[in-house]
Design a protein around this ligand. Sequence first.
Ligand SMILES: Cc1cc2nc3c(=O)[nH]c(=O)nc-3n(C[C@H](O)[C@H](O)[C@H](O)COP(=O)(O)OP(=O)(O)OC[C@H]3O[C@@H](n4cnc5c(N)ncnc54)[C@H](O)[C@@H]3O)c2cc1C
Length: 455
Amino acid sequence: MVKTAATVENLVVIGSGPAGYTAALYAARANLNPLLITGFQRGGIPGGQLMTTTHVENFPGFPDGILGPDLMDRMKSQAVRWGTRLVEADVERLDLSQQPFQLQADGRTIHTQSVILATGASANRLHVDGEDTFWSHGISACAICDGATPQFRNEELAVVGGGDSACEEAVYLTKYGSKVHLIVRRDSLRASRAMADRVLANPLIEVHWKRQVGRFNGSDWLESIQLLDTDGKAAEVLPVRGLFYAIGHTPNTSLVEGQLPLDDKGYLITDPGQPATAIEGVFSAGDVADQQWRQAITAAASGCQAALAAERWLTHHDLAITIEREKVEPEAAELPQPTTTATEQDFDPEALWQGGSYALRRLYHESTKPLLVIYTSPSCGPCHVFKPQLKRVLNELDGAAQMVEINLEEDADIASQAGVTGTPTLQLFKDKALEQQWRGVQQRSAIKGAIEKLI
Ligand SMILES: Cc1cc2nc3c(=O)[nH]c(=O)nc-3n(C[C@H](O)[C@H](O)[C@H](O)COP(=O)(O)OP(=O)(O)OC[C@H]3O[C@@H](n4cnc5c(N)ncnc54)[C@H](O)[C@@H]3O)c2cc1C
């Protein structure tokens, strides 16, 4: 193996869940100057699976628990503070057939001596007829992200699945729905005892055993679902306005299919407890190689192992070009700040970004600039990803456009009037006319381009 010029990375970490950020943190502290490719849409979102959950109660160091997206913001800040460089994009192609390895991301080719695969897993879909019609119009893969939307308030809702995620989501949805149906394929729950007991003891949850989803009914929005029994015969019809999937995950290994050995479910195969894969210099971390434990702490721990293993391997082959950082920068970790809600007293007509219905009313009627309105909810992980992107766009446009953030929990009526069906939803107005609407995290360039056309 040859030591090459600095245009070849020492280490590229692919994925920004607990495994990826921990691996990058350790590699950065070892002066390896790691590049972390966060992912964007393929195989999840930046921050990984914890961006789709509320309280994480079992990650050590947070005795009162912490919101999943907040935990991931912290992991990201820590990795960046120690010198991790981030690329906010998906890896489109990875070629492990030659050393240095090659990958395509963000429209360029990156060469690297070593790779840590931390691409995690993605939520499964049912692929029942009509799923596409009602996707985001009643069907969601993330109760935690979408449960608070007005269309689900005081309505009957359903969750499909029988594991921990399904039970957690069913309990969570009782905060919003009038009743929650849990649709379980078998005659028992796969969830942990404690979680199953919480579901079975909850009077707002009805479990439908040995049932599967057969058909979706409705016009613009989901109105009911037809259940089938185990023989595929029509069973009960549930009058639900929302259906939430919690039917497991598929490991994100398509990048290495045909290059590395995978098990029958698609998980990467490594020696038990070891990060090294079948190709020297390629390591794995987290859920992508873990069918069994799949926890944030196990993913983080395996990220640490992978980074240490990569460092040893690079050193052993004399391949690393380390860097010296004189001081840690920024000195204190930078965390996203909550948006302040503008009142009559402190409303600023020139502010790039402010929150609340008062600011929306004023800017909608008075601003002559393009106006972005983002609908968020506190536990919406994708909103954590999207908001910094939008702030960058506004800063780049240097005051030519403005933005208002509406929190669905505080301003449900406004969201309802605006026809918002989930978070994040972004609307672009000019002179009171709705020019464009986006649902979910979008590329920065798409938003910037749409605004520039209106300036
Ligand atoms: C609803 C829910 C609740 C949970 N609650 C808990 C909990 O309370 N406690 C706990 O310990 N665990 C919990 N978990 C499990 C925990 O989230 C996972 O075990 C953990 O996130 C796995 O981390 P990871 O880094 O391996 O992968 P992930 O978190 O899945 O992250 C994978 C990353 O890889 C990126 N990626 C994928 N493909 C590509 C590509 N081609 N290019 C670039 N990047 C890519 C994705 O964008 C993502 O950033 C929960 C999971 C879910 C779904």
